[in-house]
Write a protein that binds this ligand. Structure first.
Ligand code: COA
Length: 256
């Protein structure tokens, strides 16, 4: 399947999924979530696919959800494509690999919590600015991030919402390896190909066993976050933050 904005290509037994909206830093629209859902469904069902690799290009991975959609086309039920996508991330049974360079904001960072292997370029800038936008964390990150790096470091990242580099992400346990930006995608692809040569049932069972202890908790957290997230999208704090972004000014929360 190839839409304009979500490009998929089978490379051996690795399905390469490229986010392809570089003029908007790969900010994800509702239609892009639909494309992602179709790609994940294909990757799940097609026995020719052993590994799914998610990538952008050398300069950009993903600037998170499209802020215009947050403002004008917000998710209002669990059937929304964005929540279906989070379900795919949490439930995907084959190895999921990410190659990340440049901007990795919001879901561009929290996706790493659902990946099996993550490669990040030395030009990567991760950020989870949910609170800065008047929102709350998503994709199970309010549970998975403290689990990965401890409460105080997760609180710093989620409450201050500041950016951090690939070396910090590696130290936090979000990234396997930091690469020169030009090497991130080739390194991730070569490693994904090695994974694809492993016995697939053994790989799938290993992933299921590794995830089993927290599966129910992750699914419940995603639901709880989604309910709060939909409320926050309608909040005056969030509207101020989204408007400020497009007006290229700092948000002013002093009146709340
Ligand atoms: N939603 C909608 N449009 C976005 C976007 C987003 N999340 N992120 C970037 N864009 C758009 C910009 O509006 C700009 O469009 P324009 O050329 O029509 O003005 C274009 O993409 C390039 O972005 P720009 O901000 O000029 O690039 P930059 O390199 O200076 O900064 C980012 C890159 C990612 C740091 C910055 O764009 C950013 O902070 N984006 C918002 C990230 C965010 O809050 N995401 C939501 C997380 S929940």
């Amino acid at each position: 399947m190839n839409t304009d904005l979500i490009h998929t290509e089978l490379d051996g037994r690795v399905l390469r999924l490229r986010l392809n909206r570089f003029d908007k830093k790969n900010a994800l629209t509702v239609d892009m979530y639909r494309g992602l859902n179709a790609a994940f469904a294909r990757a799940s069902e097609d026995p020719a696919v052993r590994v799914l690799l998610v990538e952008g290009n050398e300069t950009c991975f993903c600037a998170g959800n499209d802020l215009g959609d947050f403002l004008n086309n917000p998710a209002d039920s669990m059937d929304a494509p964005v929540f279906q996508f989070l379900g795919h991330l949490a439930e995907f049974k084959k190895p999921l690999v990410a190659a990340i360079n440049g901007a990795a904001v919001g879901i561009g960072t929290t996706i790493t919590l659902h990946c099996d292997l993550v490669f990040a370029g030395d030009n990567t800038r991760f950020q989870m600015p949910f609170v800065n936008l008047g929102l709350i964390p998503e994709a199970g990150s309010s549970f998975l991030l403290p689990l990965t790096c401890g409460h105080v470091r997760a609180a710093e990242l989620l409450m201050l919402g500041e950016g951090f580099d690939a070396a910090t992400a590696k130290e936090l346990g979000l990234v396997n390896r930091v690469c020169a930006a030009a090497e991130t995608i080739p390194t991730a692809l070569a490693t994904a190909q090695r994974l694809a040569e492993q016995p697939p049932e053994s790989i799938r069972l290993t992933k299921a066993l590794m995830k089993q202890a927290h599966k129910g908790r992750v699914e419940q957290t995603i639901l709880d976050e989604a309910a709060a997230f939909m409320e926050r999208l309608k909040s005056a704090e969030a509207k101020e933050a989204f408007t400020a972004f497009f007006e290229k000014r700092k948000a002013d929360f002093s009146r709340f």
